[in-house]
Design a protein around this ligand. Structure first.
Ligand code: SF4
Ligand code: SF4
Length: 389
């Protein structure tokens, strides 16, 4: 049996892991949940193992375990648990906890520990966006002031917020977020591979899985749960809508943010992204209100904030465009500013530190679980046995 590296109760960990409906202390280790889970395997067994690690406060073992990310929250294990310990929600809480541990800045831990930090961070970034508009306008640094007679005579969006300037801001933000996310993912990689001898060939052989799971999350469809396909499809629509919008504003903004009503092919992508975001976020929120599936029975603040912010981003974008087409200058400028005061905080807070990060962590965990398994199966018999001891 593998030796425990540390038994180190962590108060934040215990609070996170028992958040919402996950009660790991009720677990009697009967293992019903393992047999109920269609995704659990001999090599990567869950969720009973993680209940045990949480009970014992074995932080290091948890940090090295991809298990919480291999679960897609179908809820079968919770429905069958005889002790009402809710292992599915426990796995969800562990994913939040692990997100705080991968983040080297400590910001994620603050955001998940209190609503005040979460709302405060969103408000702070929104204030910075407001300042970026207000200061240049007030001091006459090139941006058109929205209340001048010239600005009010007709919609002059490209003078109020020049696309070239906004594009530079988008690129800077994208670079910063990528840096934070990738460095956090690198820490996750180190935790999951620490102490293991893995040949490069195993990493190379599993690369296809990383790409497939990153792009399509196909493992989700392997769940026995009857809602698995519906949940996968909704998530896929949301991700494609989000990714399309992100690409439009980071790469194609000069063509996407146009002053007049002329047509450009990016308009089609914009329509798809907006419709996908509105439909998927409303669908998610409706299910959370109705608590219609096990996945939506318990909701952490972050489970609400992400879809709400995405929905408001899409809605403010639609309104801004309607005002622009209707020729209403002041309404266009104000909604444009509000749109960025929602979209930028949502990106800055959620992508590297919040719920969004699972889009990187989950495929990486699936990939590394496959890599580890391959390395074990390809190792000479004696080495494999020693590793398992
Ligand atoms: S979580 Fe429930 S089903 Fe799973 S081992 Fe514990 S008591 Fe048994
Ligand atoms: S929620 Fe579903 S996928 Fe996750 S551990 Fe339970 S049975 Fe397995």
């Amino acid at each position: 049996m593998a030796q425990a590296r540390s038994i180190r109760p962590d108060r934040q960990f215990l609070r996170q892991a028992s958040h919402c409906g996950g009660h790991f202390n009720k677990c009697c280790q009967c293992a019903t949940c393992v047999s109920a889970c269609s995704l659990s395997s001999v090599e990567n067994s869950f969720p009973r193992r993680q209940m045990l690690l949480a009970q014992w406060g074995m932080k290091d073992e948890l940090m090295a375990d991809p298990g919480p990310w291999l679960c897609f929250y179908c809820g079968d294990c919770s429905r069958l648990c005889p002790r009402d310990a809710n292992p599915a929600e426990n796995m969800m809480s562990l994913r939040r906890y692990l997100t705080t541990q991968y983040d080297w800045t400590g910001i994620s831990r603050l955001l998940y520990s209190s609503a005040a930090w979460e709302f405060g961070a969103l408000a702070l970034v929104a204030f910075v966006v407001w300042l970026l508009f207000t200061l240049p306008q007030s001091f006459g640094f090139g941006l058109l002031h929205h209340s001048t007679p010239q600005a009010l005579s007709t919609v002059m969006l490209d003078k109020f917020a020049p696309a070239a300037m906004v594009h530079k801001g988008d690129l800077t933000l994208a670079l910063l977020l990528s840096f934070l996310l990738l460095t956090n993912a690198l820490r996750m990689f180190r935790f999951l591979t620490a102490g293991r001898k893995i040949p490069l060939s195993a990493y190379a052989a599993e690369l296809r899985e990383l790409i497939v799971q990153g792009a399509f999350q196909l493992r989700w469809k392997s769940c026995d749960d009857r809602n698995a396909f519906k949940n996968w499809l909704r998530h896929f629509v949301l991700v494609t809508g989000y990714a399309t919008m992100f690409t439009l504003v980071v790469v194609f903004l000069p063509w996407f943010q146009i002053e007049d009503s002329s047509f450009h092919w990016t308009s089609f992508l914009g329509y798809y992204a907006t419709a996908a975001l509105v439909i998927a976020t409303l669908w998610i929120m409706a299910d959370r209100i109705a608590k219609s599936s096990e996945m939506h029975r318990f909701s952490h603040l972050s489970d609400w904030l992400f879809p709400i912010l995405l929905f408001l981003t899409a809605l403010s974008g639609i309104l801004m465009n309607l005002f622009r087409i209707a020729g209403l200058p002041m309404a266009t400028y104000v909604t444009y500013e509000v749109h960025l005061m929602i979209a930028v905080p949502m990106l800055a807070v959620e992508v590297p530190f919040g719920k969004w990060a699972h889009l990187v962590y989950r495929p990486l965990a699936i990939y590394l679980a496959g890599v580890t398994q391959r390395a074990r199966s390809e190792a000479p018999a004696g080495v494999a046995a020693a590793g398992a001891a």
